[in-house]
Write a protein that binds this ligand. Structure first.
Ligand code: PMT
Length: 404
């Protein structure tokens, strides 16, 4: 396997040397490309010694003797010869250039010419990481299917404590290995994923909803597509771009989500219910906006349809994976839901203060399986969590068949 390691200009550039070593150890042939800023932090010689190959630093390298250009299209041949591109550290500047398609040095030009899987490991100051510009760039890069690993939280070189540390090189290497040998283990499956929140109207301008961003469900859809499945994505109102290739059905309320799921149930072989469906709605929505009065207001709410329970009753030999968003008794609650809704697996995530589930780019889950087994998946990007969930599809199907 051939891997391009792009090194950006940040203090964490020295850790990219360890990444180059780890990738080599796993049998990858590593071609290092360094930006001008990266060379301020680490010398190319370090990487050349570790990989046994010349490090690429310039778009227009010149022969020292005569000033003539080397091949000016090396970025194309490097793009064609390699199976994966990993950039570590991916600085805020590189993320912005990749997102906008700016190609003003070897690495950014190579990025545009490269058609294989891309892994980005950001590292920067916490404020730069949190800046809306950086977050918007990340959204665009995620929507292209790139894998974002980290950053981790901790003490940073600038003296701040917060998100921005480069993820551990071993974790980045793991992500590279998994994207460069893409599994097509879900070929032949039709995966129906529900994602995002629902919105339950109170009157023509107000609604009840929750903090789900849709990121977890969209990551599942993305990875299921990558692994060869056909994907039907039933989504509540969200702002994340849909993964290309998914059949997107947009809904608003729990009742609409139920209808969409039931309509497509026949086609599905795997159903994953990552949506945060409202449990209650206002049964009779007034046609006019409710007037403000200075007295107390009570809303009468009715339960919404429990889609997971209904699918559980009708699923036949389809695989059903539910989610459980809990603030306490995580595994016990997940087990209760697994049994009462006839799921094959429940993905339990802690939400609320200290929990990772809602809105964030990362999650930390416990997989509670019908077989009685529980699997702990430590904090990782939602794409990595999605892979860990999808890894259970085939074993669960085997267990289901064996029990019949
Ligand atoms: O969207 P993100 O910001 O990425 O956040 C991800 C997430 C936290 C929303 C996701 O990981 C998650 O936990 N989704 C389920 C949230 C939820 O509604 O949990 P619950 O424990 O209330 O519901 C249990 C299960 O029943 C879920 O699979 C839910 O989809 C389903 N359900 C709930 C109510 C209802 N009326 N019908 C349902 O089908």
């Amino acid at each position: 396997m051939n891997v391009i390691l792009g090194v950006g200009g940040g203090i964490a550039a020295y850790k990219a040397a360890e990444l180059a070593r780890l990738l080599g150890e796993q049998g990858a042939r590593v071609q290092v490309v360094m930006t001008r800023a990266a060379r301020e932090f680490v010398k190319p010689l370090t990487f050349a010694a570790l990989t046994g190959r010349k490090v690429i630093t310039d778009l227009f390298p010149r022969h020292e003797s005569d000033g003539a250009l080397d091949s000016a299209i090396e970025h194309i041949s490097v793009a064609q010869e390699n199976d994966a591109l990993v950039v570590a550290p991916a600085t805020a500047d590189l993320l912005a250039k990749f997102a906008a398609g700016i190609a003003d040095d070897f690495l950014t030009t190579l990025y545009l010419a490269f058609t294989g899987p891309v892994v980005l490991a950001p590292a920067m100051n916490s404020n730069m990481w949190r800046h809306p510009a950086t977050q918007a760039n990340l959204e665009r890069l995620r929507a292209r299917g790139h894998t974002i690993v980290g950053p981790d939280e901790g003490e940073l070189a600038c003296g701040m404590t917060g998100p921005g540390r480069l993820a551990e090189p071993a974790r980045i290497a793991g992500a590279v290995m998994s994207v460069s040998a893409p599994r097509r283990d879900l070929e032949g499956e039709t995966v129906l994923v529900t994602a995002g929140p629902t919105e339950e109207p109170i009157d023509p301008v107000r609604f009840l909803s929750n903090r789900s961003s849709g990121k977890m469900g969209y990551a599942l859809a993305r990875r299921a597509l990558d692994r060869g499945a056909r994907v039907i994505l039933v989504s509540g109102p969200v702002h994340v771009p849909p993964p290309e290739g998914a059949e997107l059905v947009r809904v608003c309320t729990a009742a609409e989500m139920r209808e969409a799921v039931m309509e497509r149930l026949e086609e599905a072989t795997v159903i994953i219910k990552a949506a945060a469906v409202a449990d209650y709605h206002v049964p009779v929505v007034p046609e006019q906006k409710m007037k403000k009065t200075m007295t107390r207001l009570s809303l009468e709410l009715e339960p919404t349809p429990d889609i997971l329970a209904e699918v559980g009753r009708k699923k036949g030999d389809r695989l059903l994976i539910g989610f459980a968003a809990e603030t306490e008794n995580l595994v016990a609650e997940a087990r209760r839901k697994l049994r009462s809704k006839n799921c094959d697996m429940v993905v339990a995530n802690l939400v609320g203060p200290g929990g990772a589930g809602f809105g964030s780019d990362e999650n930390e889950v416990t997989l509670v399986l019908r077989t009685g087994e529980t699997i702990q998946v430590p904090k990782a990007s939602k794409l990595e969590i999605a892979d860990a969930i999808l890894d259970q599809v085939l074993p669960l199907r085997l267990a289901l068949h064996a029990a019949q």
